[in-house]
Design a protein around this ligand. Structure first.
Ligand code: ZN
Length: 208
């Protein structure tokens, strides 16, 4: 595990992640946020309300491990508490990504867990066992972000690099920017697959 040692290196990693997520169409309507943890446990995180689909160099904040702003303008993402909850609960996490997508909303709308068994894409999430199962927690979308952060801390499984908020979006993490990108892409692939798999199982809507 190697974490960036400077704000500039962390900012470059955040910019790369934003560009990749924007290209996938996962940062619509100023939604989503990205953070990277530096070697001293400080965070580089996107500012609240900025359009992360546009490359800015002034929409990032550098937060000390205590949450105090070291540099940058604007407010930290409103969901900073969730990022901090993930970093607190998963010591090896070096980057956190949050995206609102139609498919992650659909995947989390019914049950308290999204369970995927025996799928090749689970390898991208670090699960290599043949026929293995991954169980992704789905949490209610509490308006009180401190309560929500507490729930994330209690419900997340460090071996499963993600958590879903119902009718809201996905949080994913990884040890660095490359890992979190792999994880968010794997989750979103699986959410799309679940949707189309279930659609394919439905009786045809058109009569014989
Ligand atoms: Zn959100």
């Amino acid at each position: 595990m190697s974490r960036p040692t400077s704000f500039q290196a962390g900012a470059a990693a955040v910019a790369t992640l934003k560009a990749r997520l924007a290209a996938a169409g996962w940062l619509r309507a100023t939604s989503g946020n990205v953070s990277v943890r530096l070697s001293d446990d400080s965070l580089v995180i996107t500012a609240s309300g900025s359009d992360k689909q546009v490359a800015h160099d002034d929409d990032l904040l550098w937060l000390a491990a205590t949450g105090r702003i070291r540099s940058g303008t604007g407010r930290p993402s409103a969901e900073t508490a969730i990022h901090q909850a993930v970093y607190g609960a998963v010591p090896e996490a070096g980057a956190v990504v949050h995206v609102h997508t139609v498919f992650n909303n659909l995947a989390g709308q019914q049950d308290d867990r999204v369970i995927v068994t025996d799928h090749e894409m689970l390898k991208a999430l670090g699960h290599w066992d043949e026929g293995g199962t991954v169980s992704l927690p789905v949490l209610p979308n509490l308006a009180d972000l401190d309560r929500l952060a507490d729930l994330v801390t209690r419900q997340l499984d460090p071996a499963v690099p993600g958590i879903l908020l119902r009718r809201h979006g996905l949080y994913a993490w990884g040890q660095d920017a490359a890992a979190v990108l792999r994880h968010v892409e794997a989750w979103e692939f699986l959410f799309e697959w679940i949707y189309y798999r279930d659609l394919a199982r439905m009786p045809t809507l058109v009569g014989p």
